[in-house]
Design a binder for this molecule. Structure first.
Ligand SMILES: [Zn+2]
Ligand SMILES: [Zn+2]
Length: 292
């Protein structure tokens, strides 16, 4: 006999759906399970959030505390994972926002199935500042209140993770120019030489003008207006265009130049920027500096 008894979920009349049997047995929910539950939302009732949520509340209420608390735990954890500076900046683009606004915006990632949620975590999709679905936060207490015929205010469970904005300390770590170095280093296997760029006036924030055709790079000190030419090898007249942040369209960056010598002796150059408004890190330009 194995020491631990194996659990078999069995279909049958009056039995919970199989995926719920597994959750009730382990008292735990996976992210995949969580999104089975949000499949129960009734989008025919769109516009009335509580009507949309009703089938989900009814389902959780039917099977009691273990299921309700497991749902609550996974909801909190999924929201916690979205609680990062990077995701907030992608939504608000350097503008002010309230903690509640960002929480409500994150809730939207819970109601659009798992691929959407994963895409938001990975940065492939952006949440929107004008959308929210905060009603989902009340699902555990409403299901519990219905199950026990008690008031939702008396809901007794506290989750391990907090979904409140800025609970995820790791996710909100200060972004520094060091993060630009780390990002640039992910672009190549070659060890890069990093070079900080500062104006003679002491400031390190610049507007950047680029000509992608001739690889001409000109920095303009955001403080004193002095121009610094980084690369101007071309004999062609260059058409410099101001570079804007790919996230917020602002145009002031802290800049890092990273280089390595290629096998043929030419120098590969990456110029990375940290947007001073939204803190987005981006590659501004890369080019090969010809020898001689
Ligand atoms: Zn300056
Ligand atoms: Zn930006």
């Amino acid at each position: 006999m194995p020491e631990k008894e194996r659990f078999y979920a069995m279909p049958g009349p009056n039995k919970p759906p199989l995926f719920i049997q597994f959750i009730l047995h382990s008292k735990k929910m996976t992210p995949i399970d969580f999104f089975y539950f949000t499949d129960y939302l009734d989008w025919d009732k769109q516009g009335d959030d509580y009507a949309v949520l009703e089938p989900l509340i009814a389902l959780l209420a039917k099977y009691g505390d273990d299921l309700i608390f497991a749902f609550d735990e996974m909801m909190a954890e999924l929201l916690y994972r979205l609680d990062t500076r990077k995701i907030a900046q992608s939504v608000y683009k350097g503008e002010n926002f309230s903690a509640d606004e960002f929480l409500y915006a994150r809730c939207v990632a819970l109601i659009n199935a798992k691929p959407y949620y994963n895409a938001v975590v990975a940065g492939r999709k952006k949440l929107k500042s004008d959308l929210g679905f905060e009603a989902i936060l009340t699902v555990p207490e409403l299901a519990w209140a219905r199950c026990h015929k008690l008031h939702p205010y008396d809901y007794p469970h506290t989750t391990k993770y907090s979904y409140e904005t800025m609970s995820n300390e790791e996710g909100w770590k200060e972004i520094t120019i060091q993060d630009v170095d780390n990002y640039l280093q992910t672009l190549t296997k070659e060890p890069l030489d990093m070079q900080a760029i500062a104006c003679t006036c002491g400031h390190e924030e610049f507007r950047i003008k680029l000509d992608q055709q001739t690889n001409t790079v000109q920095l303009i000190c955001a403080s004193c207006g002095k121009e610094i030419n980084i690369n101007n090898q071309s004999t062609q007249p260059s058409k410099l265009k101001i570079k804007k942040c790919s996230n917020c369209k602002n145009d002031v960056f802290q800049v890092r130049k990273a280089t390595y010598i290629m096998e043929d002796g030419q120098t590969k150059v990456y110029i990375g920027g940290l947007c001073k408004k939204c803190e987005n890190i981006q590659l501004l330009i890369e080019y090969v500096l010809k020898k001689g």
